[in-house]
Design a protein. Structure first.
Length: 553
């Protein structure tokens, strides 16, 4: 039996359009139900395959969605779906077209298929772009699996002039050992230095959870009850010799109660005690920075046997005693340690790992992960989400240097009350020191973090996703494994951004002494006591510790 002739009641372009929207709909319109089922079957198969996803927890669903393998699969399926829809539209047209329709003028056919092609392909191009951007983001920023030997930091860091030698490489006089690799012969039994072999377990297990900690399960990594992350903002840019972490904050979330706290530290805090395993790493720097001791000379008159005389006695300078600390100010820890690849053989960024360990030791609080972002990326990120809204308590007008060479200086003027800031204005607001202080700036930075987080709703993130990827893929360094992200998103979703306790370690109570340059020195016991009280929910405000409502979001 021959193919039944399609009647004039069917319109080929309508058939093609229907199948362009839903493959098989045009064939059904052309009265070919079996052929329609063939074209529609893949949609049914995909829908059935997606049913298990509806039973997954939010964290598992997010984890699956951001897995590179899943994303590449979506990318491929999306491309095949576009081809499938085009083929279904062509087949539906041919089924419904009469010979005179098929012999229509070339211009009419070209225009018709161009319109249908645009309807079909446009959404697939958008999905492909978002999928590819997601793949780029997760592979560029997050740790995917065990990196083995980490790469050089992507953020510009300027000159190497202020870098202190890696203490492990320096101790054993190893000139460039195999960076971040457990294959270093000096640590291998039967080959290397016996003392080095004994020390190696402490090197790779520099934290309580061990060297492979970033790649363990979430509950094992953070204990299942608390997530703590060190956030640092770098000041690389025109006119600055390297990247120093002018903004340093520690955010912590209790995953059981949903309570969160944000601690910030002044960039000029000095003589911060170091973890015992590299407490002597900056001894030479400390010696260079310590003023020479004052030599006291005294002249006395001695009377012996009735005769007088003068004797000069010299008081010896006190013996140098190391503070076992970082003698420079806190924001310089990163550039001084960013090439400590022997001390931190498995870290994404040794400088951030060293800063994490120093801050962890200062707070007495385990820090799970770190994230570093430079200020150019911060500007782009704020612009990508459409700016931020800040409720200022005091007026501020300031101008700061640009994030990139050739750009104008960033200027901001805010009045008490609500202010909408774009990227450069947000940068100027967060970095302003003129007419202000480091401590007031720290408060503004905590407000800015809360404002960005509050603006990052799912709709905004989806709309601005390509711009967000462009902003951060080459300007963010983190040791956060991709498998951790779903848990972080789930914990953050439960936060009340107006109920985050913010603590600035700024009051003289926490830094009662000054060094020879007038920089504040931390009182470790007082800082740790404050951290414990905040974590346990027993924090209180008094004359020595003022925690005010800095801003609203």
């Amino acid at each position: 039996m021959g193919t039944p002739r399609t009647t004039k009641s069917t319109r080929p372009w309508l058939s093609a359009g229907l199948s362009a929207i839903v493959p098989g709909a045009g064939q059904l319109y052309a009265r070919r139900p079996i052929r329609a089922l063939m074209w529609f079957a893949p949609i049914v198969i995909v829908a059935l395959a997606a049913i298990p996803a509806s039973r997954m927890s939010t964290a598992d669903l997010v984890g699956t969605a951001i897995d590179p393998t899943t994303l590449w699969g979506v990318f491929g399926v999306n491309a095949l779906a576009a081809i499938w829809r085009i083929a279904a539209a062509v087949d539906a047209y041919l089924l419904s077209a009469h010979p005179d329709d098929r012999e229509a003028n070339a211009i009419g056919l070209a225009v018709g298929w161009a319109v249908i092609g645009l309807v079909i392909v446009a959404p697939h191009i958008a999905v492909g772009r978002y999928t590819y951007d997601a793949i780029t983001l997760v592979e560029a920023v997050f740790v995917v699996g065990d990196p083995g030997v980490a790469q050089e930091p992507r953020i510009p860091v300027g000159s190497d002039a202020d870098i202190v030698p890696d203490p492990i490489a320096h101790i054993y006089e190893v000139d460039e050992p195999d960076p971040r690799s457990t294959r270093n012969l000096i640590f291998r039994e039967g080959v290397g230095d016996p003392d080095a072999i004994l020390l190696w377990p402490d090197i790779i297990a520099d934290r309580e959870t061990g060297g492979a900690a970033p790649f363990t399960e979430f509950n094992e990594r953070v204990g299942g009850t608390r997530i703590t992350i060190l956030f640092a903002g770098g000041d690389a840019g025109p006119g600055r010799g390297g990247l120093r972490t002018d903004s340093m904050m520690v955010g912590t979330i209790d995953t059981i109660t949903g309570k969160a706290a944000l601690f910030s530290f002044p960039r000029n805090m000095a003589q911060i005690p170091l973890p015992s395993r590299f407490e002597d790493a900056f001894l030479e720097l400390e010696l260079r920075m310590t003023p020479p001791p004052v030599v006291e000379e005294t002249t006395t008159t001695t009377i012996a046997g009735g005769s007088g005389g003068e004797t000069t006695t010299t008081t010896s300078p006190p013996e140098f005693e190391s503070c076992k600390c970082f003698p420079e100010q806190m924001n310089a820890i990163y550039p001084f340690t960013r090439k400590w690849t022997s001390t931190y053989p498995r870290e994404v960024d040794p400088g951030m790992a060293a800063l994490r360990d120093v801050v962890e030791n200062l707070m007495g609080l385990d820090i799970d992960y770190y994230a570093l972002i430079d200020m150019a990326a911060f500007v782009d990120l704020v612009d990508a989400i459409g700016g931020v809204d800040i409720y200022a308590l005091e007026p501020l007008e300031s101008e700061v240097s640009p994030p990139r060479e050739g750009e104008p200086w960033a200027y901001v003027k805010v009045e008490p009350g609500w202010n909408h800031l774009d990227g450069p204005q947000a940068l100027a607001y967060a970095r302003a020191r003129k007419g202000s202080s480091d401590y007031a700036r720290m408060a503004r930075q905590r407000c800015m973090v809360k404002a960005v987080a509050a603006k990052s709703d799912p709709f905004t993130l989806l709309r601005a996703f390509p711009a967000i990827v462009d902003a951060i893929q080459n300007s963010v360094v983190t040791d956060m494994p991709l498998t951790f992200v779903p848990d972080l998103i789930e914990a953050a979703a439960a936060l009340d951004f107006n109920d985050i306790e913010t603590v600035g370690i700024t009051h003289p109570y926490w830094m009662p002494e000054r060094d020879y340059n007038g920089k504040p020195i931390p009182d470790v016991d007082r800082i740790r006591s404050k951290v414990r009280r905040v974590i346990s929910g027993q924090s209180s405000s008094d004359d020595t510790e003022t925690v005010s409502a800095e801003c609203e979001v």
